[in-house]
Design a protein. Structure first.
Length: 620
């Protein structure tokens, strides 16, 4: 079934076409169309995975894309362990999220359009994963970006959602521009666009480094790495199932996948990998610190995603390919679970402020316990999935001889366990902090939570476990320390200790709670100057351009008046004079044309007499 892998994205694309064209007639059945397409894609992905595991062909050509000047580019499919793993992740997680969406979006007035966009999103991501060359990848890459815009701003009647969609679109375009330049530079330098050729490129180090860093720019934008991370927290304005799909299996996963897919290029130049590692480390630590002080349930998870993506980039940057891609898989399951649990809570209590919640575990048992499982997984508690992938990353950083980066990774892991259980303790335990009539979500929402909880618990065993007892002990100690600190802060002393620390470290708390003022810096250095230039351009338009237009209109009007006078008195005068002369001649001649013979004889007589008279005078 490896030979049929190219059909995988066609099912979601077909579901998009059906729902966008006939969604109003299908109504609620539009969800079944999208889910059925996802299940079909999942079935073929499973068969492709099994075929590849038993030695199936790694890649094959579907057809010729373009040919010019002796260069040919084929539409090809690549099937290897990386693509097979991601195909399964996207189809499994995407299918469960769409099932969950039946309950979450049941009253939405654009129900069928939502499922159409979700199918398009999945199809674009699946096409991206299967592409064996940069051109096809870039086409689907932009499709993923378009879908993120459509879904983040899905409730576009809300100004915040419309702004968030635009912010995501513009910010990621910056990275995409770098990626496009990198692809063009790669082609004009090496005359190849295929991933299989990247490991053996015979070009100079400087050019190779520039190409790798430009490609990494695309990953920075899509995977919300510093400094292009600012769009992802605002993306929470979209429906929660969209947040789950973006954060777990599609949009942000594409950036890490791009680095992993082009890893042969990065390995040939050490400088590019160092950039990947340090950008990932800065992103991981920065986002983790912000998550510790945020009070919005979805934004805490958003900053958690940014931090975990940075963790993956850090792993790839130090040569930890297996650990980074392994964490990409485990993160997809537990982050999808956490977002859908957050959506279940929001669906029940209609608020996103965690300090307006409390004591929800007793009223929402399925949501609460699956939330805890997701929290244990991301915190790295054994034997949950996040423990195995995080432990492998820490081992690879340590073996690579990067003590500073190991310290950053360890501190990030500590903060992850802390902010995750801060969220869990505040939301699920203690007494209710407001009058919230919480109730458990329907089965169509809780069943996907239970399935994802199983993956979050056991996905770490999908590949052979590597035991490094030193880092394993350090990893467990870090997780328990973070959870213990959250317990002390928010269970044993719910108010006094956090408040005293905030007052003692007021400057640091203000810096972190304001997200290091990155948005404000962008506003001061980029947005407001651009707006000022726009105002200047607008003023130039209103004064100079409009003045020139008005002058041209005045001259045109004056010329029109002159032309009108010339037409009236000269052209019309000549025409009228000709007509008058013709009329006068006809009036005179009309006197001679009477029709009486005697008149004609009289005229002839007088004419003859005049001629004789003239002759006589002339003779004298």
């Amino acid at each position: 079934m490896v030979k049929f892998a190219h059909l995988i994205p066609l099912f979601p694309f077909a579901a998009f076409a059906v729902n966008i064209l006939f969604g109003r007639r299908l109504k609620k059945a539009s969800a079944l169309v999208s889910i059925g397409a996802s299940v079909a894609a999942l079935a073929i992905a499973v068969m492709a995975y099994i075929g590849n595991a038993f030695g199936g062909e790694g890649s094959y050509t579907v057809g010729r894309w373009i040919s010019f000047n002796g260069f040919a580019l084929d539409f090809g499919v690549i099937i290897d362990p990386l693509s097979c793993m991601m195909l399964l992740v996207v189809t499994v997680v995407g299918t469960l999220i769409q099932v969950y969406s039946i309950g979450y979006m049941h009253d939405d007035k654009r129900y069928s359009r939502f499922f159409a966009y979700m199918s398009l999103f999945m199809g674009s991501m699946l096409g991206l994963l299967l592409s064996d060359n940069f051109v096809m990848l870039y086409i689907f890459w932009e499709g993923v970006g378009l879908c993120s815009y459509l879904l983040i701003s899905f409730w576009f009647e809300r100004p915040a959602a419309a702004r968030a969609g635009m912010k995501a679109f513009i910010t990621t375009r910056i990275g995409d521009t770098g990626l496009l330049i990198g692809i063009l530079l790669l082609f004009f330098t090496t005359k190849t666009l295929y991933f299989k050729d990247l490991a053996g490129l015979g070009i100079n180090d400087a050019t190779l480094t520039v190409i790798a860093l430009l490609i990494f720019c695309g990953a920075v934008g899509k995977s919300a790495q510093f400094p292009l991370h600012v769009w992802l927290p605002d993306a929470m304005e979209g429906p929660t199932p969209v947040s789950a799909l973006i954060h777990a299996a599609t949009m942000v996963a594409a950036g890490v996948y791009l680095v992993a897919r082009t890893y042969g290029l990065f390995l040939t130049q050490h400088t590019s990998l160092i950039w990947v590692a340090y950008i990932g480390a800065i992103t991981a630590l920065m986002a983790a610190t912000i998550a510790t002080v945020n009070n919005d349930i979805k934004r805490i998870l958003a900053y958690s995603t940014i931090s975990q993506l940075g963790f993956m980039m850090l792993a790839l940057g130090v040569g930890g390919y297996e650990g980074g891609t392994f964490h990409l898989m485990t993160h997809a399951f537990f982050k999808a679970l956490l977002f859908l649990c957050a959506g279940s809570v929001i669906h029940a209590v209609h608020t996103q402020d965690i300090f307006k919640m409390g004591g929800l575990l007793g009223k929402m048992k399925a949501t609460g316990w699956t939330f805890i499982i997701g929290g244990l997984a991301i915190a790295g508690v054994p034997p949950f999935s996040g423990f195995w992938s995080k432990d492998e990353i820490l081992s690879e950083i340590l073996k690579g001889g990067h003590p500073v980066l190991f310290g950053v990774a360890a501190l990030t892991s500590l903060l992850t366990a802390f902010y995750m259980f801060r969220l869990i303790f505040v939301v699920l335990f203690g007494k209710p902090r407001s009058e919230l009539h919480a109730h458990e979500s329907p089965a169509v929402m809780t069943v996907p939570l239970c399935i994802l909880a199983a993956f979050a618990a056991f996905a770490g065993f999908f590949r052979p476990v590597k035991f490094e007892f030193l880092t394993m002990g350090v990893s467990i100690a870090i997780s328990l320390t973070g959870i213990g600190a959250a317990y002390v802060f928010y269970i044993l002393d719910n108010k006094l200790l956090p408040a005293s620390l905030r007052s003692r470290f007021a400057f640091l708390y203000k810096l972190v709670s304001n997200k290091y003022y990155v948005d404000e810096i962008y506003g001061a250095l980029i947005i407001r100057p651009c707006m000022r230039l726009a105002d200047i351009a607008s003023g130039f338009d209103s004064k100079v351009v409009d003045g020139a237009v008005n002058m041209a209109a005045y001259l045109s009007l004056t010329a029109g008046k002159v032309q009108s006078w010339f037409d009236l008195y000269i052209v019309d005068g000549i025409v009228n004079m000709t007509a008058n002369v013709t009329w006068l001649c006809s009036a005179i001649l009309r006197r001679f044309q009477t029709g009486f013979v005697q008149n004609y004889i009289l005229i002839a007589f007088f004419g003859l007499a005049i001629m004789i008279f003239i002759k006589l005078i002339g003779g004298r």
